[in-house]
Design a protein around this ligand. Structure first.
Ligand SMILES: [Zn+2]
Length: 241
């Protein structure tokens, strides 16, 4: 329906376009991911100035015309996250979280819970540099899988229901697997299994700590689940500090 649209939004990406414009990928609570053009925003005297950079949470006024590309007509900052931007590790985790939301929730389907999760993650990264960890980034993506309806099965073998000796993970089966069902799985050791269970059960602010080796396995479990069940390839997290 053409007309004005008022919505909260988080800027996922901001791409240069033409002489002075930007194309924005915005994540919104009730319209999912939308693309919008901000005209003249790269001019020195733009009204919107620096308010449309990635990781800004804003109140946006958009105009919806006939195309999928909306036009930004007004913007108020709700949270600019200035301290997050000053720290390389926080920026890196924030970028990966926004990237994962853009990939896993690329349509206009509304997922207000995903919007709230991303807003919370950016607020945590702003508040305390200690949250900028690989464990936090893995936990965030795991919670995105849960929101998408693809949380991995962690309590019993995803193929046969066996509850003991769960030593592998299979993206195709959708969770942990026992030795009888391990075809196509990779090894998931106890610390990685425990991390996944605890990270799913706790708020992001209380993400459990784990050794790097456990996080590599947990990250692989998240990526293989996203690939098999959502058809989305997420980049490897191993290079996060
Ligand atoms: Zn089994």
């Amino acid at each position: 329906m053409p007309g004005p649209v008022k919505t909260e939004a988080i800027v996922l990406r901001s791409l240069r376009y033409g002489e002075a414009d930007r194309i924005l990928h915005l994540y919104t609570p009730h319209r999912g991911r939308v693309s919008a053009i901000a005209k003249g925003v790269r001019k020195a005297r733009s009204r919107f100035g620096g308010r449309l950079e990635p990781f800004f949470r804003v109140d946006a006024l958009l105009h919806e015309g006939r195309s999928d590309l909306l036009t930004v007509t007004g913007v108020e900052t709700l949270a600019g996250h200035p301290r997050l931007r000053e720290r390389a590790a926080s920026l890196d985790v924030a970028a990966r979280c926004c990237d994962a939301v853009g990939r896993l929730f690329a349509t206009d389907d509304p997922h207000p819970g995903v919007y709230a999760l991303l807003a919370n993650e950016l607020a945590l990264l702003e508040a305390d540099p200690a949250h900028a960890t690989t464990a936090n980034a893995v936990a965030f993506r795991l919670k995105l899988l849960l929101a998408a309806g693809f949380a991995p099965q962690l309590a019993a073998c995803a193929a046969c229901g066996e509850r003991e000796h769960l030593s592998g993970f299979s993206g195709a089966a959708g969770g942990v697997v026992c030795p009888s069902c391990e075809a196509g799985s990779f090894r998931l050791d106890e610390p990685a299994h425990t991390f996944l269970v605890e990270a799913l059960g706790r708020p992001l602010a209380q993400t459990p700590v784990a050794e790097a080796s456990a996080l590599v396995q947990a990250d692989r479990a998240v990526r293989e689940t996203a690939e098999h069940h959502a058809g989305v390839r997420l980049p490897d997290l191993r290079f996060v500090t």
